[in-house]
Design a protein around this ligand. Structure first.
Ligand SMILES: [Zn+2]
Length: 432
């Protein structure tokens, strides 16, 4: 009798929990607030998309910052505008809330690639659920997803269960210099945080998120040879000249490193001869040389992208070794320029994706898998990934045509992405 009762009790408990579904009462309240607030979220998106904030339009970037600052203040956040004058950009908005529980750094950006003379300036619906606009997916849509996810937790009364720092940068599309000053607000927040989450549009597909990004930085190769009449080339004391030596170096880069998975390096511009000039800021060069004179100088500029800091360091060391192994009567040096560091795929990042994926299933929104890092460019989160236990990006508003005049949002993903983000913040807040 007792056994039968226990079996009955187990069946009852199991069936009740199946009926209740995978979402808690609080989570259902959070979702209801997001449904309610959707029209406001769309209005805000329209308003900020219609403010031109091309990176070098400092007034516009600040105006978008002010619009978000007002919204964060309504939720009880304290906000600070970090003036961008020291790094020749508009600046960044930092909004903070709470000082207990798990520490979340949430990342967006205010600027777009669309300057004031770009043909794409306005928010305009093109068909059902499709809206075009400058920066609508990259990434004012993501900024709105992030804000409304936090707002739903505020409206449910659970915002106090964790600490948040939101950093909306003003120069993601064209980073200010010096780099260390331009990125210091972001990196400080990364050092403070346990977890960093970015709201870029990733690869535009809500079935994916980004847990690794390759680095992006540059290099400059300078080669010198001994100028002499070309009839003497290859002879002892005359050597091969700067152009042959540059060709050897570039070819050996390719032969030695082109097979490395997730590593790429591209010489983008080369100038050589008796005299050469290369203006890296303008990405232009000029040269003078004659076919009967051994080349005296060659300069090459290129980029390099790697998946992990180790891969980047190892590849740079291999390149330096190749550069140092000079042919007769030549010298060469390579300089690596600063840029975006890699966001390496870590166990922590994979755990964060697993939590997000579970949420997506609980919401009946399907599987979420990791984007191939070859398809994900460097972004703000790259600067903080090494400072946090877990990092993930690409949780913003989805669409297509980013960085072109065809940039179009899929507005059906606005609520979906907001719901997944809100439950992610909430479940993370329950882990500490
Ligand atoms: Zn972006």
């Amino acid at each position: 009798m007792i056994r039968i009762f226990i079996i009955f009790w187990v069946v009852l408990v199991v069936s009740v929990s199946v009926l209740a579904g995978p979402l808690s009462k609080v989570e259902k309240q959070i979702l209801a607030h997001i449904d309610q607030a959707e029209p406001d979220a769309v209005n805000l998106l329209e308003k900020v998309v219609n403010i031109n904030s091309g990176t070098m339009n400092f007034n516009g970037v600040k105006k978008v910052g002010d619009a978000f600052s007002d919204e964060y203040r309504k939720l009880g956040f304290s906000t600070t505008w970090i003036d961008g004058a020291p790094f020749n950009r508009a600046g960044h908005l930092v909004a903070s809330y709470g000082n207990s529980g798990v520490r979340l750094l949430l990342i967006g950006h205010l600027d777009t690639v669309f300057a004031e003379d770009s043909p794409l300036q306005r928010y305009h619906p093109v068909s059902e659920n499709k809206v075009m606009g400058p920066g609508i997916t990259d990434m004012k849509g993501g900024d709105v997803v992030l804000l409304y996810a936090l707002k739903s937790l505020h409206d449910t009364g659970v915002l106090d269960q964790f600490s948040v720092r939101v950093v909306l940068t003003g120069d993601e599309e064209k980073r200010g210099r010096p780099l260390d000053i331009a990125t210091s607000a972001l990196i400080d927040a990364g050092i403070w945080a346990d977890i960093a989450i970015g709201f870029e549009d990733g690869d535009g597909d809500p079935k994916t998120a980004v847990i690794s990004r390759r680095s992006a930085s540059g290099w400059q190769l300078d080669v010198t040879g001994r100028p002499a009449h070309s009839s003497q080339i290859f002879r002892e004391g005359y050597g091969v000249g700067a152009i042959y030596e540059a060709a050897r170096i570039l070819n050996q880069f390719r032969e030695t490193l082109a097979g490395e998975p997730n590593l790429t390096f591209n010489p983008g511009l080369i100038v050589g001869g008796t005299q050469s000039d290369l203006n890296t800021a303008l990405a232009r060069g000029s040269a003078f040389g004659k076919n009967n004179v051994i080349a005296k100088t060659t300069r090459v500029v290129g980029d390099i992208r790697a998946l992990t800091p180790e891969q980047l360091a190892r590849s740079q060391a291999a390149m330096k070794k190749i550069v140092a192994n000079n042919l007769n009567e030549t010298t060469a040096s390579i300089r690596f320029l600063d840029g975006y560091p890699p966001m390496a795929p870590s166990d922590g990042n994979r755990r964060l994706l697993a939590i997000y994926n579970q949420i997506s299933h609980d919401l009946s929104m399907g599987e979420v898998s990791a984007v191939d890092p070859r398809k994900a460019g460097a972004a703000d989160i790259s600067f903080v990934a090494e400072h946090v236990e877990m990092a993930m990006d690409g949780l913003g508003l989805m669409g297509s045509g980013g960085h072109t005049v065809d940039e179009t949002a899929d507005m059906s993903t606005l609520k979906q992405q907001t719901k997944r983000a809100a439950l992610l913040f909430y479940r993370l807040s329950q882990t500490k």
